[in-house]
Write a protein that binds this ligand. Structure first.
Ligand SMILES: [Zn+2]
Ligand SMILES: [Zn+2]
Length: 559
């Protein structure tokens, strides 16, 4: 306990600079100064004390206090005064200067970028295909997915893509992200290596779509899915029940559940003649890559789980000497054992190392800090989740624009919702202030830090930025820290990071199919090597194209 308070005492000195920003909240609480020795001076000029614009906690572990609580709970606080208090603060309702806008102006001002632009030889490109916490799937933000590509191989005969990245990876595949992959013209053949951080639906829902339709497009090879092995949790204690909740069991059940789909589409080719399946050695895997069920290891309906021991810190998930990419994993703390963060490192042809960390969902923990320090080398991009304060989550989810006052009929429901949100947040997520605290521990700082899994808009970002700055006053939005948004593109080079937004069509068709070899005859074929789409169909209630007199009912070409 003693030690923790000592740490907090150092934090308070960093709040001084940031506190001056709060003086703009005119009609609300005015913090007039917050000096480096931890002396807080304030004025509640209106004297109503009901405004929750700013809340504080004396030590970061106790309840958060609104200004109205001052007289009752904190000796020495009142409408006006000065006090010694180590204090964490957060902004929980809209400041008059940043009303909810339903815009993310920062993102809207980024330069447009054609996602078909070939990568530079020394470029790592990170595209956010989904960026939102559930619930819901927002129309503006799908749930989590990050697409990472490295390097480039030119192909002059490829008139659409002009080549392809040297290697590429999908991190998480939450609900709704398929629309963004299609809009960004990412073919299914590039979505064959999926790294799941944990098996919450907002991180794996769209695997169904990707798995099912990949073979109908240009993924004519298996789908590889990395994730945690069984958690080993007795569920619950003394039940002697241990579920197989690892990624192998997940893939195996999913594969069987999707049988109707895969059979029905198997009048189309699902494998290449000359596919060379990766081996444990060629991909540096922890075990041989074997498909679940009975699918052949060259078939595109084969699902190949790669189970990782979630307890390992820095265990290798993938290491490909041909492409110079290594992906390691480390445990994070989220909802149930087995959640993992990933670190991707790429040696560029120019001899530089580019790397990114994606922690996904986690409460504050030390592994990500250690990984981001990267033995003193730091990382290029550090992507970490962040939640809004429970009060904001609660009032937004209740359809309100601000927390209700205590005499409002909605207040009891609001309080209950806040409690529920607090439980979720404290067990499994990173609060705005904690995000700042984590970032403060990382030296050298990441070249760019990205908050994700966050309901992004001008008001939520402005509030969160203040909380982060309470710990890291030197951090600048845009230069050091950004909030992710769907179709945000980060072009990471050895000497700089460019931020842009992908120029896409909301009315796109599927990206052009690009096969890379001769395919084998499909499972349901006409005996001559061609597919037979009628093979599995019952035609007994068919309306034929012509009637019994040979007259046309409708033309078979549809016109
Ligand atoms: Zn989760
Ligand atoms: Zn999540």
């Amino acid at each position: 306990m003693k030690k923790r308070y000592a740490i907090q005492a150092t934090i308070v000195t960093t709040i001084a600079v940031a506190a001056s920003a709060l003086t703009i909240a005119q009609s609300q609480l005015e913090i007039t100064s917050f000096s480096r020795n931890g002396k807080l001076s304030w004025k509640d000029t209106g004297g109503t004390g009901t405004n929750r614009a700013v809340q504080w906690s004396p030590d970061g572990t106790n309840h958060w206090y609104s200004w109205k609580d001052a007289d009752a709970n904190l000796t020495g606080l009142g409408p006006e005064g000065t006090v010694d208090v180590p204090m964490f603060y957060r902004v929980v309702s809209p400041d008059p200067d940043y009303q909810a806008t339903e815009h993310y102006t920062y993102y809207e001002k980024l330069p447009l970028f054609d996602p078909l632009t070939p990568l530079d030889t020394n470029e790592m490109r990170i595209t956010f295909m989904g960026s939102m916490i559930p619930l819901p799937v927002r129309r503006a933000q799908a749930e989590m997915s990050i697409f990472v590509e490295v390097g480039w191989q030119d192909d002059p005969s490829d008139s659409f893509y002009h080549g392809q990245p040297v290697d590429q990876f999908v991190f998480d595949m939450g609900a709704g992200v398929s629309a963004n992959y299609a809009a960004a013209k990412v073919g299914y053949r590039l979505m064959d290596k999926v790294f799941i951080n944990h098996l919450h639906a907002d991180h794996m829902s769209d695997l169904v779509h990707t798995y099912c339709f990949g073979p109908a497009s240009d993924r004519k090879s298996p789908l590889y899915v990395w994730g945690s092995g069984p958690t080993g949790i007795e569920s619950p204690t003394n039940s002697n029940i241990y579920y197989d909740d690892g990624v192998r069991a997940f893939c195996s059940h999913l594969r069987e559940a999707l049988r109707w789909h895969t059979e029905s589409f198997s009048f189309q080719p699902t494998a290449y003649e000359d596919y060379e399946a990766p081996t444990q050695a060629s991909w540096g895997l922890p075990h041989e890559p074997l498909p679940v069920g009975e699918d052949a290891n060259n078939d595109s309906y084969a699902m190949v789980p790669i189970e990782l021991d979630w307890r390992q810190v820095g265990g290798v998930a993938y290491s490909n000497a041909l492409t110079s990419v290594t992906i390691t994993h480390f445990p994070v703390i989220h909802a149930r054992k087995g959640s993992m963060g990933y670190k991707l490192s790429w040696q560029t042809p120019g001899g530089d190392e580019l790397n990114m960390i994606y922690t996904s969902d986690t409460k504050p923990e030390t592994n990500c800090v250690e990984q981001a320090r990267n033995a003193g080398k730091g990382v290029d991009v550090f992507i970490h989740e962040m939640v809004v304060p429970p009060e904001v989550w609660a009032y937004k989810n209740m359809g309100l624009n601000a927390p209700p006052s205590e005499d409002d009929p909605d207040y009891p429901e609001f309080q209950q919702t806040v409690k529920a949100m607090e439980t979720v947040q404290n067990s499994s997520h990173t609060t705005q202030g904690a995000f700042g605290y984590i970032l403060k521990q990382i030296e050298p700082k990441p070249k760019l830090t990205v908050a994700t899994h966050f309901p992004t808009a001008d008001d939520t970002v402005a509030s969160a930025l203040q909380s982060v700055k309470a710990h890291c006053p030197e951090v600048e939005m845009g230069r050091d820290l950004i909030w992710s948004f769907d179709l945000m593109v980060l072009r990471v080079f050895p000497d700089r990071i460019e931020q842009c937004r992908a120029a896409v069509s909301d009315y796109c068709f599927t990206p052009p199919v690009k096969l890379s070899g001769k395919t084998l005859p499909p499972k349901y074929n006409d005996g001559k090597g061609g597919g037979d789409p009628f093979y599995q169909i019952d035609l007994s209630s068919e309306i034929p194209a012509t009637n019994e007199f040979g007259e046309i009912n409708y033309r078979t070409d549809g016109y």
